[in-house]
Design a protein around this ligand. Structure first.
Ligand code: ASP
Ligand code: MG
Length: 446
């Protein structure tokens, strides 16, 4: 059994819907289970509904209808007669929710879930028309989550039991389930969402529950690259990536995969393949536990804007629990820390989102001298065994030195998967170009 997840762009034109049907048809032997995103643009439109005026709402509904309608235009009236009433019914249900007195976050999740509810119904109907016996399924019946509306976490035991109970009989009958990505429900039946871009995560959750053979994420790029291909033109497509490498890359904002996707796959050792709907015969990138090489720099990733905080205190020298005190303050102020580098008398911390930092500064000042520098960026060399790659630090520092790039902080752990360097934000672009050329494409001075 395999999971095939199709993202927003993969379900947004008539041609792509036909491609999807062909892909599903070709995988028939492997019992495909399909997971879909909303049609591209629909999620944003739905999210704008609660704060919109009555007139604006009318126009939003027209746009949503238009995005679905344009896909149906190419099909005969029997298909349209089946889908249009369903879309109308969804619209009425959304209106009802808008008029209800639900709390904001609950209201928003309940409304936005219709993006995937509408797309899964439309796609299942198109598949039926194509000759594949398919059935739209709401993930609210399968995925059980906690109460974190907007970014819910799934509960493995409950989800596995429900998913198997509903999907196993369908699969036995040869029916292809077409499941809504992005959504789940709490144990008392309230609709939740898994975070923006969360349909990848839904696919991994369903794969986990069914112990799938493979999870395929169909998107609009060929796979995972050695750097952002929109910026580095000779970035290389990576045919194979380890779970740890993929998780690091996703955490750095590589848009190909939602960062939470890897964990459920990893727990059950299920390979995840990233494929391109625009280039379906391409092998894509396969993500597995082990890869063929022992040490490598697979990719270079960056964060352009981060903040560096340094706490300097001679008290740290002999005091026990100093670091615990520092981190307790970050926890108290809801600040998530990225990198940490410690000396005998100082600790430097990098963070991405500093909205709570000003409030924390006063508390931090009570334990030491604190400096805060904005306009920093982070560049990360990612790969299994990256620290053991010969000459790596020599190449990095000689490149930086000859281009006047000043390193502000370095972090490398014995996990040996990531070497991160903090440098001035405006030098990030230059640094990526040079390091990608020298370390990955082996060009230029060492
Ligand atoms: N439709 C949701 C979003 O736009 C989930 C997804 O596409 O993965 O964020
Ligand atoms: Mg996505």
């Amino acid at each position: 059994m395999i999971i095939l997840k199709f993202g927003g762009t993969s379900v947004s034109t008539h041609e792509r819907l036909e491609t999807i049907c062909t892909i599903v048809q070709e995988e028939k032997e492997r019992q495909p289970v399909v997971v879909v995103s909303a049609i591209r643009g629909v999620t944003d439109l739905l999210l704008s509904l609660p704060s919109a005026s009555v007139n604006e709402r009318k126009s939003i509904f027209v746009q949503i209808r238009g995005l679905h309608g344009k896909l149906l235009d190419q099909y005969d009236s029997s298909l349209q007669d089946q889908v249009l009433p369903f879309l109308e019914q969804c619209e009425q249900e959304i209106q009802k929710i808008l008029a209800s007195k639900k709390k904001n976050s609950e209201l928003s999740d309940a409304i936005v879930s219709y993006g995937e509810i509408m797309s899964s119904y439309l796609i299942a109907t198109v598949m039926d028309h194509f000759g594949i016996s398919a059935k739209a399924i709401k993930a609210t019946e399968l995925i059980v989550t906690d109460n974190e509306f907007g970014s819910a976490e799934f509960l493995p035991k409950e989800t596995t039991a429900k998913t198997k109970a509903i999907l196993d009989p369908l699969l036995k009958e040869g029916i292809v389930p077409v499941i809504t990505g992005f959504i789940g429900s709490t144990s008392n039946g309230k609709v939740t969402t898994l975070g923006r871009g969360g349909s990848d995560y839904s696919a991994a959750i369903i794969g986990y529950a069914l112990s799938a053979e493979e999870i395929q994420i169909w998107t609009d790029v060929d796979g995972i690259y050695s750097a952002d291909p929109r910026f580095i033109k000779d970035a290389k497509l990576l045919p194979q990536v380890s779970y740890r490498e993929a998780a690091e890359l996703a955490a750095f904002g590589a848009k190909v995969l939602h960062p939470r996707t890897i964990r459920p796959a990893m727990q059950k050792n299920i390979p995840v393949r990233v494929c391109n709907t625009l280039n379906p015969t391409n092998e894509g990138t396969i993500i597995t536990k082990d890869i063929a090489v022992e040490k490598r720099i697979a990719a270079i990733a960056t964060k352009k804007h981060i903040t560096l905080v340094t706490i300097y205190s001679t008290e740290m020298l002999f005091k026990k629990g100093f670091l615990a005190e520092v981190f307790a303050l970050f926890t108290k102020h809801h600040i998530s820390v990225d990198l940490v580098s410690v000396s005998e008398v100082s600790v430097s911390i990098s963070l991405e989102n500093d909205e709570h930092l000003s409030a924390a500064m006063a508390d931090l000042k009570a334990i030491g001298t604190v400096t805060r520098s904005e306009s920093c960026g982070m560049i990360a060399l990612i790969g299994e065994g990256v620290g053991s790659v010969g000459h790596i630090m020599h190449t990095v520092f000689s490149t930086f030195e000859s281009n006047n790039i000043v390193t502000q902080m370095i972090s490398q752990s014995t996990a040996n998967i990531n070497i991160s360097l903090v440098i001035p934000s405006e030098q990030i672009d230059t640094a990526v170009v040079l390091l990608h050329a020298r370390l990955i494409n082996q060009k230029g001075a060492k």
